[in-house]
Design a protein around this ligand. Sequence first.
Ligand code: IDP
Length: 163
Amino acid sequence: DTFTRNRLQKKTERTCAMIKPDAFLNAGKIVNAIVRSNLRINQLRMCKLTQQEAAQFYAVHSERPFYPKLVDFMSSGPILAIEIVGEDAIAKWRSLLGPTNSETARAERPDSIRAKFGTDNTMNAAHGSDSDETATTELDFFFGSGRVGQCANLSDCTLCIIK
Ligand code: IDP
């Protein structure tokens, strides 16, 4: 019936992925993982967030004890923002990411992106929107008319091998 059909029918979604500064040098492999999973990359851009911009992106966590560390980390080097489109893109991309903590990911989901490319609980390689609403907000943050982020200046990136 209609109810069952709607429940089983997968929905085309958009999600905002971000390759965080710690995984920037592994961006090629992560982009490859997206493409191999039948997800489509619709937009992609490299930039570097200021502390203020990183604080805005993670404003929902502003009261958490790890917030200052997270803001420092997220503004420490270049990132890649990616708009992913596909069936169940939000859940699919979060499943590819694995658990938030990279150490947990290595124990529970050794093939996941955070297991392979992340370091710990804060430096965890990549981001994925957790709902349609946050995807819309985050995609606007990176790709909307008032989009944030300077083009990354690779010469001041401590992680990057290109000097
Ligand atoms: P998610 O990225 O898996 O959705 P959130 O709970 O939304 O996880 O947290 C956002 C980001 O904040 C994480 O990706 C991670 O970088 C950082 N973070 C989350 N929880 C902790 C923690 O307990 N300690 C340190 N950093 C954390």
